[in-house]
Design a protein around this ligand. Structure first.
Ligand SMILES: [Zn+2]
Length: 696
């Protein structure tokens, strides 16, 4: 065929079509991680700014989970467990970038609460849009297209939600993100967990596929939340090749070695990553090279030098164990933080910092050090009492301060006296219930009758205890802690009584007590809170002209862990708890009344636990009065055991009666440990001056 005339001038049709149909054209197929490399430009003033792919932070471990989120992958759920600050959220962010540009479909993002979701959008998502002009350019212009809970793009919407029944029922999504999953309610509106609820709404997408990305730092243990989800999936772990011998090993916390028995700084300065085959030592500077050899090894696969063999077991869930050793934190920081937490445990039996370290820095649920040991039994405590060598109502050697603690009952005050010594040693020295007023007849009603509280002054606050070694010398009470009972009436009564006590009474010939003589307490039930947060001041109940009346709300669950550890100490020494020979069997049973169920202390129905509560509160009182100082330096002279007459004022008591008198010594600088007097005959106890009813 011959062309007879000049064709009309056209523009470049190919280019025009490309321009006009860019948004509806079939997008290029690229992996989500590649989308991040192409389109994300990080802006972190003070830290790295530049293209995502050139970021100096280790990110090799992010690639596989990110790419499994592509709709072409065979997995429905991608689950990541790991510490904070290891890119778990970035995986989701990169997926959202990829979705908008290369594979549009609506997506729902959930974080634990509405507030957290709003905060994530205003800090992370808005920043992401600034870092990705190519994504921002696809945002719709309408007024409703850009608000906190909805962002609209050409071809898809991002919904930002939080886990409630209606939010899962309202409409189905084929793509979802659950961030910080272990902070989600695990039974949303009695309908089940968020993963099941999301999955239950995906039936309309089954033909096209759906994807859910779930990530969290672990908090809920092995049976709930992120850990069982990851454990049941492909369960991939990060393996690297030794730079010395080439053998592969899993890069994980267990491979870090450092001086185990020194200070936190010594741990930090000696840390290295060791090869289990050849013992090869890898320092922090070797980490980038090690990371380059890294690959994920899942169920069915086996690591071999330079790669892996085997075939991954089919699974609908692709799951990953992130470990702090290949995260952002330098190994020296991990070692220092670990040793700091461990020293806290060694010195104060407080596992809280260790637990938090493993959850947020290593990325795994913490298994209590006591979980393998059977709890100490009531029988063992009875044997301990029989061997203790002191009776109720006297102060054995070694006690530096005495606390009283009081629990409210409908018809009684339950009371315990505990002696505290150097190195967190404790001695229970008394336990009784007050059932009547001083007249011995009028029955107590602490909840109903405010005036009944006055009995506490005589029977508790002004009480003194004789020293076992010299009953003519008596010791005063350092501080008294009172459980305010939780009900409004009881709290009102407690505040009113406290006001009386710090005011004094000429009529009752009672001087004003310092505000620190009494500690008003209430058990806190937030498992994640601090051991002893700053007290709250109740302005409504405040009396003009008086000091502020503070209410202390300790983390009772953690305090009970500490008390339990101390009770487990098998032999006299630091942190050991001693019990008088005549301590009632019923009170020993109370000490063992509660049990730990899934990390929380619980009291079985109908069981009495007063002695346990009172002992736990005694530890709280000392924590308030002297902090974490094992030497009890801040116990004032008046609250310490009085010196025998004629003894040098600042000479330390000696355990050996035949020892030559010591010259006065200055206050010792280092830790000192006062040893308990060995078991021996006790002197007869003087008759008690106050009538009380013993618990029996
Ligand atoms: Zn090696």
């Amino acid at each position: 065929m011959q062309q007879t005339r000049e064709p009309p001038k056209f523009g470049n049709a190919r280019e025009a079509i490309r321009r006009a149909f860019r948004d509806v054209a079939f997008p290029e197929k690229i992996a989500p991680s590649e989308a991040a490399n192409r389109h994300r430009f990080l802006r972190n003033p003070g830290a790295y700014s530049g293209p995502w792919k050139d970021s100096p932070e280790p990110s090799q471990h992010l690639e596989d989970p990110t790419n499994s989120l592509a709709m072409t992958s065979t997995y429905a759920i991608i689950a990541v467990i790991g510490p904070s600050q290891m890119g778990k959220s970035e995986i989701g962010n990169n997926w959202q970038v990829h979705s908008v540009i290369y594979d549009p479909a609506d997506m729902a993002f959930y974080s634990p609460t509405r507030e957290l979701t709003a905060s994530y959008v205003t800090t992370q998502i808005n920043k992401l849009l600034e870092e990705c002009p190519d994504v921002a350019a696809r945002q719709l212009d309408s007024a409703s297209a850009d608000n906190i809970y909805l962002k609209q793009f050409r071809g898809c919407d991002w919904h930002f939600l939080w886990p409630t029944g209606p939010n899962f029922r309202a409409r189905p999504f084929s793509r979802g993100r659950l961030d910080d999953y272990d902070d989600f309610d695990q039974d949303i509106g009695d309908q089940g967990d968020a993963v099941s609820l999301f999955e239950g709404r995906t039936t309309s997408f089954q033909g096209y596929g759906w994807k859910l990305y779930v990530n969290s730092s672990p908090k809920l243990g092995a049976k709930r939340g992120i850990e069982p989800l990851v454990a049941a999936g492909t369960s991939k772990r990060w393996w690297v090749d030794c730079l010395s011998c080439g053998d592969p090993f899993e890069m994980a916390w267990e491979r870090l070695d450092f001086q185990r028995d020194g200070t936190a700084l010594e741990a930090a300065s000696t840390v290295y990553l060791g090869c289990p085959t050849c013992g090869g030592v890898h320092g922090q500077k070797d980490k980038p090279l090690l990371m380059k050899t890294g690959r994920w090894i899942g169920r069915g696969e086996r690591a071999v030098t330079g790669g892996k063999t085997g075939v991954i077991e089919p699974n609908a869930t692709d799951s990953y164990w992130f470990d702090g050793t290949f995260g952002l934190a330098p190994w020296s920081t991990l070692a220092r933080q670990y040793r700091t937490a461990e020293l806290r445990f060694e010195e104060h039996q407080d596992e809280g910092p260790l637990k938090s370290f493993f959850q947020t820095k290593v990325g795994r649920n913490y298994v209590s050090r006591s979980s393998a040991d059977a709890p100490v039994t009531a029988d063992a405590l009875t044997e301990r009492a029989e061997a203790s060598g002191y009776k109720m109502g006297v102060v054995p050697d070694g006690i530096v301060a005495i606390t009283m603690t009081v629990d409210l009952g409908i018809d009684r005050f339950s009371v315990m006296a505990v002696g505290h010594g150097v190195g967190n040693r404790t001695w229970i020295i008394d336990r009784f219930d007050i059932l009547t007023l001083s007249d011995g007849i009028t029955k107590l009603e602490p909840f109903r009758r405010r005036e009944h509280w006055s009995v506490l002054y005589e029977k508790v606050l002004s009480r003194t205890y004789p020293l076992q070694r010299d009953p003519s010398l008596r010791m005063k009470v350092f501080c008294t802690g009172i459980d305010t009972g939780g009900t409004d009436d009881a709290t009102d009564n407690a505040y009113a009584w406290w006001s009386d006590m710090v005011t004094g009474s000429r009529k009752a010939r009672r001087a004003a007590l310092p505000a620190t003589a009494i500690m008003l307490l209430k058990g806190g039930n937030k498992p994640g809170s601090r051991l002893l947060p700053a007290p709250t001041v109740d302005a409504k109940r405040q009396v003009k002209g008086l000091p502020e009346c503070e209410l202390w709300i300790p983390n009772v669950n953690r305090m009970k862990d500490i008390a339990d550890y101390r009770m487990r100490r098998p032999a006299p020494g630091p942190a050991y708890m001693d019990i008088p020979t005549d301590f009632p069997a019923k009170a020993i049973a109370e000490l063992r009344a509660e049990e730990k169920v899934e990390g929380l202390w619980e009291k079985p129905e109908g069981v009495r636990n007063e002695s346990w509560d009172l002992f736990v509160y005694a530890l709280v009182v000392m924590l308030r009065m002297i902090g974490l100082d094992q030497n009890l330096t801040n116990v004032p002279q008046w609250a310490r055991p009085p010196r025998p007459k004629g003894a040098a004022r600042i000479a330390e008591p000696t355990n050996d009666p035949d020892a030559t008198p010591q010259p006065p010594t200055p206050t010792p600088a280092g830790p000192r440990v006062v040893q308990a007097k060995p078991t021996g005959p006790t002197r007869p106890k003087p008759r008690r001056s106050v009538r009380t009813v013993r618990s029996h």
